[in-house]
Design a binder for this molecule. Structure first.
Ligand SMILES: Nc1nc2c(ncn2[C@@H]2O[C@H](COP(=O)(O)OP(=O)(O)OP(=O)(O)O)[C@@H](O)[C@H]2O)c(=O)[nH]1
Ligand SMILES: [Mg+2]
Length: 966
């Protein structure tokens, strides 16, 4: 049994560690204290525990002490072989010694840990564990199993210390111990590692075969060979190997050379350590092994539940594990024979179970399902096979053991049978579930696929039932084919039918959904069409007044239509144009029908209104004309300035519109009506303007005619005055009076309203004309005066000539003075009488002046004649009076003839232009003023006479210039 006390087996030389016994027999407190002592300092640090186990007296404690030495050396900074201090003969930590007697007792952990960083730099507390040697005569298989199992459970690395080779029994024991450990582990721990144990190192001591190199390399070769499962490997061995591989996370092997005789053959109790005693080869591989085992790369920490265990975890874990190995309750294992029998039984049972498992597995692997009877038959068959195998292999052990194991085997078989049954049932239900899932998946796929494909269709195709049917059939065919291909058992038909049924449901569901969708779509389109039509109607109604007023019917309809279709397009976006086309057309038709009806109605109304308008427009026009006539009457057909004319037109227009408004108030709302009235207004206004213009022309003509009349009258008056041979101042007075009279008459002839400028213009022209006439008259008067003086001079000359003739005639012969005075008086009287008789000289003043002058001349001639008479008296014989008379008469005749010829010639040339001028004027007067022709002619005659007089006077003057006496 394991040691029950804490033994400080060996105190290292001066070192501060101790080997602490871990025993299940300890009180909990003791164990706790020991564990605290061990792991107190590394409660939070991952822990690695290196354990060694194996047959007694094989150098386990020795090599663990060397590892301890190595670790301490490393801790002190020593490397390679330096750690083996040659002068130090102490090798301690764990108790070791030479001799045959077993030494180490129980499971011991060295209290001092060594902190080593692993490959990731994490600190790991390394502990070393030594165990009691196995297989000595005092240690039972149970104890061996406990030692092995406990140390393997606690450690992270288990070194299976073997001598010279790995024997089959080593493996069998290994299986036994690990099996035992696993069984206890299962009992006690809740932690589940993938592997039961972590690292197993086969450390082969004293490796004798030189052909295989020491160390890891040889160890690996050795291990492969041992653990290899060949075709000829015994079934039991195979299972051991598999078992080992399956139980340990990592299995490795290291071949150690022999340490040398001095080490191997030391005396009993000798634990003196001399480095030189070890063969260099041994030292070399020892060093290599220590370096590798504790290298950061190979450092292996303890795992609990797959997690790194720290000191605290180890306290808990070991505390929980130790009670499993309580000697009073721990399961016992018999002797080796018993164990062998047990092992055999165990193996046979395991083989039978494996066989059983395989048999049932074959059936399980089959896709078929089995009924109750079928399973019973199969079970019997397998049982027979198992019994056969059991009887042929269960060679060790007594009958009781055999019977017991046979029962166990059969029990296990029954258990497996029921497991199979359960599995079969589960398989059936799983299969059913799978079928159900497959059916569901297929149905889902069918539904999704059908829906997706249908969703990709346009709404028209989507609503076409035939397309859905065709698609549904195609997809159904596809999934049934797939289903048929996937399943190959008796259930298939049933679930295929179920699939068909569900697919049918699915199809009907989608079909009815699409039908509903179609119905909804149609309904919503109908509703939309209706709403859009309402939009159209509302817009038309809202603009009713506008429509009537402005004749915007088409524009309004277009706008309303645009609004309606805009709404239609926006709200039917979700549908294709192919689907909405029908409704679009329907809306169009509705709108068109309404539009036509409205248009017809509107046309009728319009026509009615037109008829009414034209019935009333005549009255309006009449009202206009009446007003116009009235206004014209009021203005006495006088000329109107543009403003007045416009006002008149507007008044008339207002009258017309008033009339229209009374009879047909809606007339303004119709553009045609107002425009036709506008045309009338325009014509009327043009006529107004034309008439006004004619009035203006008439007035202007009247102005002109009046001016001409005034000029004529002026001329007439002035001609009278001129003929009367008035003097200049009188003439000026008369001119002013005649001018005033003419202007007064002109002024009175027309009031000149609205044509003041024209009147002024014509008045000015009149003044200018009269002024010209006046100037001419002044000239005429001046000429007349001149002519009168000439005439008077001529008269005076004639009278003087008469005097002279009388004198000459009576004084042909010289007379006495008396006679002379008589003759003179008589001649003078005759001359003056002649002078006074001349009535054509109107200028009395001038006539008197000339008379006095005549008298003066007569007196001059009297004195001359007196003198001549006297002279005659003296020269009586000098001149014949008759001859003189004759000569004078001849000259007179010649001059008169010349005068007459000259008169004729001059008169002809001067009168003609005046005559034509007169004719033109008369014609003009006759045409323009339509006055009494006869009166005009008379006036013209007077004028012509006057002109003839002027011509005569002018001619007289010319005659005098050329020396012709008139
Ligand atoms: N042949 C041989 N002997 C060794 C070796 N290592 C140590 N020894 C010797 O074996 C003897 C037993 O050493 P221990 O270390 O006490 O052996 P143990 O396996 O711990 O023995 P128990 O504690 O009784 O199980 C000592 O005399 C050692 O010198 C080795 O590798 N080969
Ligand atoms: Mg020992």
């Amino acid at each position: 049994m394991l040691a029950t006390t804490v033994d400080i087996l060996h105190q290292l030389d001066g070192e501060n560690g101790e080997a602490i016994l871990i025993s299940p027999s300890d009180e909990k407190v003791v164990t706790k204290n020991k564990l605290l002592q061990l792991f107190q300092d590394v409660r939070k640090m991952p822990v690695a525990i290196y354990s060694i186990v194996g047959a007694y007296r094989k150098g386990k404690s020795f090599i663990m002490n060397l590892f301890l030495k190595y670790l301490e050396g490393v801790a002190k900074g020593k490397t390679n072989n330096d750690w083996k201090e040659t002068n130090n003969t102490n090798l301690g930590g764990f108790s070791w010694r030479g001799g045959m007697e077993p030494n180490t007792k129980g499971v011991l952990i060295y209290s001092k840990h060594f902190v080593i960083k692993n490959a990731t730099g994490q600190k790991v507390a390394v502990f070393l564990m030594d165990t009691q040697g196995l297989f000595d005569s005092e240690t039972s298989v149970t104890e061996c199993s406990c030692i092995f199992a406990l140390s393997t459970l606690i450690s992270s690395v288990q070194i299976y210390n073997l001598s010279q080779q790995i024997q089959e029994d080593n493996l069998q024991y290994l299986q036994l111990f690990t099996d035992y450990g696993q069984a206890l582990q299962k009992r006690g721990t809740k932690h589940k590692n993938r592997y039961s144990f972590q690292n197993l190192l086969f450390l082969i001591r004293d490796w004798p075969h030189k052909t295989t190199s020491y160390g890891w390399e040889g160890g690996e070769r050795m291990l492969n060979k041992v653990l290899e499962v060949g075709p000829h490997t015994d079934g039991g061995l195979k299972s051991i190997r598999k078992y080992i591989k399956a139980s340990f996370e990592n299995v490795s092997c290291f071949l150690m050379p022999h340490p040398g005789k001095k080490i191997a053959q030391r005396e009993d109790g000798n634990h003196m350590y001399v480095d030189e005693d070890m063969k260099p080869e041994f030292k070399l591989y020892l060093n290599a092994l220590a370096e590798d085992l504790f290298s950061p790369q190979k450092l292996s920490w303890k795992k609990i539940g797959e997690k790194p265990a720290n000191g605290q975890n180890m306290i808990d874990f070991i505390s929980a594990t130790l009670p499993l190995f309580d000697p009073t309750t721990v399961p016992t294992i018999g002797t080796l024979l018993e164990s062998a029998a047990d092992l055999t039984a165990k193996k046979v049972l395991a083989d039978c179970d494996e066989l059983c498992k395989q048999e049932w597995q074959k059936l399980s692997n089959s896709t078929n399902f089995f009924g109750e009877e079928e399973i019973q038959t199969k079970s019997m068959e397998i049982e027979n096979k198992l019994l056969e195998h059991f009887n042929s292999h269960m060679l060790l052990g007594d009958q009781a053991l055999k019977a017991e194991n046979e029962q166990t085997m059969l029990e296990k078989h029954r258990m497996r049978t029921s497991v199979f049954k359960q599995g079969n049932t589960e398989k059936i239900s799983k299969h059913k579930e799978q079928y159900k899932r497959d059916v569901e998946a297929a149905v889902k796929w069918y539904r999704d696929e059908l829906e997706q494909q249908m969703n990709r269709k346009t709404d028209v195709d989507r609503f076409d039932g035939k397309i859905l049917e065709k698609l549904g059939d195609a997809i159904e065919l596809k999934i049934l084919k797939q289903f048929d291909h996937t399943h190959h058992d008796s259930m298939k038909i049933k679930y295929q039918n179920r699939l068909k049924e569900k697919v049918g449901h699915c199809f009907r569901d989608l079909s009815s959904r699409i039908d509903l969708e179609k119905k909804n779509a149609k309904d919503s389109m109908k509703k939309l069409t209706h709403e859009c039509f309402r939009v159209f109607k509302d817009f038309v109604q809202q603009t009713e007044a506008e429509k009537a007023k402005k004749d915007k019917l088409t524009e309004i309809y277009n706008q309303a239509k645009q609004n309606a279709f805009k709404k239609f397009d926006e709200e039917s976006k979700q549908y294709s144009s192919a689907f909405t086309e029908t409704y679009h057309k329907k809306l169009e038709q509705q709108i068109s029908e309404l539009q036509n009806t409205e248009q017809a109605l509107w046309n009728a109304q319009k026509e009615k209104a037109r008829i009414r308008f034209f019935q009333n427009i005549n009255d309006a026009q009449l009202a206009y004309k009446k007003k116009k006539d009235k206004e014209e009457m009021r203005s006495k057909n006088g000329y109107l300035n543009p403003k007045e004319l416009d006002q008149l037109h507007k008044k008339c227009q207002a009258e017309a519109e008033k009339c229209l408004q009374e009879k047909f108030p809606e007339w303004k709302e119709e553009k045609d009506f107002s425009s036709s009235l506008d045309e009338f207004y325009e014509t009327q206004y043009e006529m107004l303007k034309h008439n006004n213009e004619a009035i203006k022309n008439k007035i202007i003509l009247a102005f002109k005619a009046s001016a001409v009349t005034c000029v004529k009258e002026y001329n007439y008056q002035m001609a009278q005055k001129i003929l009367a041979q008035i003097n200049e101042s009188e003439h000026t007075k008369k001119h002013q009076a005649a001018l005033d009279q003419a202007l007064d008459k002109f002024e009175k002839s027309h009031n000149g309203r609205n044509l003041e400028s024209e009147k002024k213009k014509h008045r000015k022209e009149l003044c200018e004309t009269i002024e010209k006439e006046h100037q001419r008259n002044v000239e005429t008067l001046a000429k007349q005066k001149e002519t009168s003086m000439e005439i008077v001079a001529d008269l005076r000359g004639n009278c003087l000539q008469t005097y002279m003739q009388h004198m000459t005639a009576r004084l042909a012969n010289p007379v006495n003075d008396e006679r002379f005075i008589q003759v003179h008086d008589y001649s003078s009287e005759q001359a003056l009488l002649q002078y006074d008789k001349a009535t054509y000289i109107k200028d009395e003043k001038m006539k008197n002046e000339m008379r006095s002058k005549l008298i003066e001349l007569i007196e001059e001639h009297q004195s001359k004649m007196l003198e001549s008479n006297k002279n005659k008296q003296i020269t009586e014989q000098c001149v014949d009076d008759e001859l003189l008379d004759e000569r004078i008469q001849k000259k007179k005749k010649k001059a008169l003839a010349g005068f007459n010829a000259s008169i004729n010639e001059i008169a002809q040339s001067l009168v003609e232009p005046f005559q034509s001028q007169l004719e033109r004027d008369l014609q003009k007067f006759a045409m323009q003023i339509k006055i009494d022709n006869r009166k005009k002619q008379k006036q013209m005659q007077m004028f012509a006479d006057n002109c003839v007089l002027e011509i005569y006077q002018d001619m007289q003057k010319k005659c005098s210039e050329v020396g012709i006496a008139c």
